[in-house]
Design a protein around this ligand. Structure first.
Ligand code: SF4
Length: 74
């Protein structure tokens, strides 16, 4: 599933990269500390990583993290 962060919502709280540092880090070019995604596609069969991604989604106070299937272009 695709993992992404909506920078219009992200406020740089850092809960995602504290929760799942293997998936997120503060973007090195952003003064607000908004999150960069390290693994943009998470395989559901990797249950440990997928669980961490879901945990990060639940921890984000801004609902900025999306974890879901990409919608094919028409
Ligand atoms: S927890 Fe949410 S708001 Fe905070 S840095 Fe991560 S994505 Fe951004």
């Amino acid at each position: 599933m695709d993992l992404s962060v909506d920078w219009d919502r992200c406020q740089g709280h850092g809960k995602c990269y504290l929760t799942a540092p293997e998936l997120f880090q503060p973007d090195e070019n952003d003064d607000w500390g908004r999150a960069a995604v390290l693994i943009p596609v998470v395989n559901e069969s990797d249950t440990a990583t997928f669980a961490r991604a879901r945990e990060a989604v639940s921890q984000c106070p801004e609902f900025a993290i999306q974890l879901g299937s990409s919608v094919p272009a028409e």
